[in-house]
Write a new protein. Structure first.
Length: 156
């Protein structure tokens, strides 16, 4: 008689799928928590110019976006085709910028308020008149940190 015997007729046990719904719900909950939805719905057409020398902004919470461009097709019947300013989810004028900046300052810790940056996302085909008005208003309210958004141009 041999020391080791073959076990015949015994199959390996089936994999239990009882915990599979729990795993699926945990993954679903995880992705729901970490996913960030888009902050603003663009109402203006913004195709930022290309550039080669770019710097990435470090703290996104210290940046507020000011969009400048022509209204999208669905808004042109109401607002026309002239360049407009968009702050958050609504069209605005240059006079609305101080309140917008002040509201953003209130959401930031007091010791970081001097590091707030205004990021101008300007369509490349817009004339500089409206951009100059925005920059002048920012200068008058003491918001001197201004950034121009651009996309990376592939070097040739």
């Amino acid at each position: 008689m041999s020391k080791f015997q073959k076990k015949r007729g015994k199959a390996s046990p089936a994999i239990s799928t009882a915990s599979l719904p729990d795993i699926v719900f945990i993954l679903l909950f995880f992705f729901m928590v970490i996913t960030k939805m888009r902050d603003t719905d663009l109402k203006v057409q913004v195709v930022v110019p290309q550039a080669t020398e770019l710097e990435k902004l470090e703290q996104k919470t210290l940046v507020h976006q000011i969009y400048i461009g022509r209204p999208q097709q669905r808004y042109q019947a109401i607002y026309g085709t002239a360049p407009r300013i968009q702050l958050d989810d609504k069209f605005a004028t240059v006079e609305d910028i101080p309140l917008f900046v002040e509201n953003h300052k209130q959401t930031v810790q007091p010791n970081l308020r001097n590091r707030i940056t205004s990021s101008l996302r300007v369509d490349g085909k817009i004339t500089m008149g409206i951009v100059q008005d925005v920059k002048t208003k920012l200068r008058k309210i003491g918001q001197l940190k201004v950034n121009y958004a651009a996309r990376h141009r592939a070097e040739r």
